[in-house]
Write a protein that binds this ligand. Structure first.
Ligand code: GLN
Length: 196
């Protein structure tokens, strides 16, 4: 069994837990403390409100341990607010959170809640079939460093990327029936566990 942690401070935690529960060989686990990070093979930073989750990460003493784990190679997947938490730069804000991934993101880039939308995209690295994408007050990636592989572009905007053990998506695969991203991340976690 691969044990995958879902950061459970705020946001779409239950939805990620449900998606992972549909994948055989994977067990999902709610992470709330630094100790919870000890025996997981990967961590999901869910969507929600990045300012709130960022503050709670610090309040719960999780900031430094998550950074250490990610730097040691543990897979990390940020969806929407989670992507903002991982970014080295937030172009329309002065602060950053974990600052792990070499991307600059624009927060609430598409506008307000009313500007939330769905799209369909072919993302060959993830699935041979088109994937249904749900964007809710989403960020997009404005700039990405050389080490970053852009996985998906929608309407000319970069919305999914990977940098080694770090995966980031502007949208919410956990709000759809499609398990492709969860399976892809589970495979990253499996390789990590086999290595360490
Ligand atoms: N707009 C939110 C933020 O900036 C992210 C929205 C989401 O995660 N669905 O944190």
């Amino acid at each position: 069994m691969i044990k995958i942690g879902v950061l459970s401070l705020q946001g779409s935690v239950v939805e990620h837990m449900n998606s992972f529960s549909r994948i055989s060989g994977v067990t999902a686990f709610e992470v709330k403390t630094a100790q919870d990070l000890d025996d997981i093979s990967g961590l999901v930073l869910p969507g929600g409100e990045s300012t709130t989750i960022g503050k709670l990460l610090k309040d719960f003493g999780l900031n430094a341990p998550v950074i250490t784990k990610a730097k040691s190679g543990m897979p990390l997947w940020g969806t929407c607010a989670g992507m903002i938490l991982m970014a080295k730069e937030i172009s329309n804000e002065s602060c950053t959170h974990l600052g792990l991934m070499d991307i600059s993101v624009s927060r609430n880039a598409y506008g307000s809640q009313l500007d939330s939308f769905t799209a369909c995209a072919c993302i060959p690295a993830i699935s041979p079939k088109d994937i249904h994408l749900v964007f809710i007050r989403a960020p997009w990636i404005e700039k990405a460093g050389e080490a970053v592989n852009i996985l998906a572009t929608v309407n000319g905007r970069m919305v999914a990327a990977q940098q080694e053990n770090m995966l980031a998506t502007s949208f919410h695969p956990e709000l759809t029936e499609d398990l492709s991203f969860h399976k892809y991340f589970a495979d990253m976690c499996k390789s990590y566990r086999e290595q360490y």
